[in-house]
Design a protein. Structure first.
Length: 205
């Protein structure tokens, strides 16, 4: 692995990952700062609860594509070494969680992580998404679905013998998702976690 390519990949990933899709899209479509509503998070779930499914879908797609774009650029124009691609992916995940544009704050990494998994560990992404959908449909807890889905996706990377750097990234991504959901885990344990429900700004008045 070329050291300079690794540094370049990490910085590229971090820059793309830092793009705050939730903040910018909600401001563009609804003229509000999503950080002042609901949980204060810029991710898909809080957008869904605050302004509804259409904008939430746009945020989900944007957060997924920004990670994929960084990996495609790195693979196409700089290097396709699995280790460098994994480092780029790690940069994108960190950028989303600790955005350069948000004072090093950000989302919880689920949507961006899903995009990165789709590119690097597609079967892991499929397994994780399937588990997420089932859990959310049954329990209505997005946080619970996200945590378990991340673990399933990471485990699938090892089970299906993807390149080791990809599998290592999957494990690190899983740990990031769990860490970023530590408050949700506490609320799940004491029974105070909110269940998913589509919202609209009129509901907040």
């Amino acid at each position: 692995m070329n050291f300079l390519s690794g540094i370049g990949g990490f910085l590229l990933g971090y820059l793309f990952g830092s793009i705050p899709c939730g903040l910018w899209l909600v401001q563009a479509f609804h003229g509000i700062d999503i950080r002042k509503y609901g949980s204060g998070n810029i991710g898909t779930t809080n957008v869904f609860r605050t302004v509804g499914p259409k904008t939430a879908a746009a945020v989900l797609i944007g957060d997924m594509l920004k990670g994929i774009a960084a990996l495609m650029i790195m693979s196409r124009f700089m290097a396709a070494d699995p280790a460098i691609v994994a480092i780029t992916a790690l940069g994108a995940l960190l950028g989303h969680n600790y955005s350069l544009f948000l004072g090093f704050k950000g989302g919880k990494g689920v949507a961006t992580g899903l995009g990165l998994f789709l590119y690097m560990l597609p079967w892991g992404a499929a397994a994780g998404f399937g588990v997420w959908a089932v859990i959310v449909l049954i329990t209505r807890y997005v946080s619970l679905g996200s945590i378990i889905a991340a673990a399933v996706a990471a485990a699938t990377g090892w089970y299906l013998n993807y390149p080791v750097p990809y599998a290592v990234f999957g494990t690190l991504a899983c740990l990031f998702v769990i860490i970023r959901h530590k408050e949700n885990i506490g609320r799940l344990m004491n029974g105070t976690e909110s269940k998913i429900k589509a919202g609209h700004l009129d509901d907040k008045k």
